[in-house]
Design a protein around this ligand. Structure first.
Ligand code: ADP
Ligand code: NI
Length: 216
């Protein structure tokens, strides 16, 4: 198989896996992340295109939220890559790129390869702006969270256990994560794209609270 065929196989595999997802991880999310990642790569003129495209396509396959366990997710990704009979080095590069893409993985940020930085930026951009807002509410509904509840505290990363298990709200999620994303981006291209998306989220929250407080 050549690179184009590997990409086609990955596309088919993820379309099936993310089919009818209603948690914000549908195929269109994957497709947007792939397109943004390739755009960032072109603008930045760095990174290996094949690793970036494969990693973007497969980045949510091992997500714990979409599998019974972390192990099951890792196994799913590994089994698929094995079935392609890629060179071991290439397979490992894709696995390591994907494993560093999640928000929590962002802590080890200085160690990210350029490919992982680009895919992570593309993934984070998709959690911002109008699409990011839509995804946050979709995820909240799917996971039984309220739109907003003034009595729920904003969870902080300092309380990891509560963060993982405690209930929050869609609106709290903006303060817990979405408004922080612009300062966690790596590439200049993503930072440029993030500006408008960040401002749009701020304007949305302003409007939300005005309406909530009956000032409109
Ligand atoms: P990604 O798919 O970009 O890797 P996540 O799996 O963390 O990111 O989240 C998927 C989508 O669901 C994102 O748009 C994110 O903002 C949203 N989301 C994740 N956790 C929450 C939450 N606790 N409340 C509301 N939205 C959430
Ligand atoms: Ni994602």
């Amino acid at each position: 198989m050549n690179e184009k065929q590997y990409i086609k196989r990955a596309e088919q595999f993820v379309k099936t896996f993310h089919n009818q997802d209603t948690t914000g991880h549908d195929w269109h999310h994957i497709s947007r992340v792939r397109n943004s990642a390739l755009y960032i790569k072109e603008q930045e003129q760095s990174g290996n295109k094949f690793i970036i495209e494969m990693s973007a396509l497969l980045h949510d396959i091992p997500d714990e939220k979409l599998n019974q366990s972390k192990e099951e997710g890792d196994q799913r990704l590994n089994n698929f890559l094995e079935s392609l009979h890629l060179e071991q080095k290439v397979k490992q590069e894709i696995i390591s790129c994907i494993s560093t893409v999640s928000f929590k993985g962002g802590k080890a940020y200085s160690k990210l390869s350029i490919e992982a930085q680009i895919v992570q930026d593309a993934d984070r951009l998709d959690a911002m702006g109008a699409i990011g807002i839509a995804r946050a509410f979709a995820y909240s509904g799917a996971s039984g969270q309220e739109i907003y509840n003034p009595d729920l505290p904003v969870r902080t990363a300092m309380n990891e256990a509560e963060y993982r298990t405690g209930k929050s709200s869609a609106i709290n999620h903006f303060y817990e994560k979405l408004l922080k994303l612009k300062d966690l981006l790596h590439t200049n291209t993503a930072k440029r794209l993030a500006n408008d998306r960040h401002l749009f989220m701020e304007a949305f929250l302003d409007e939300f609270f005005k309406e909530w407080n009956g000032q409109k």
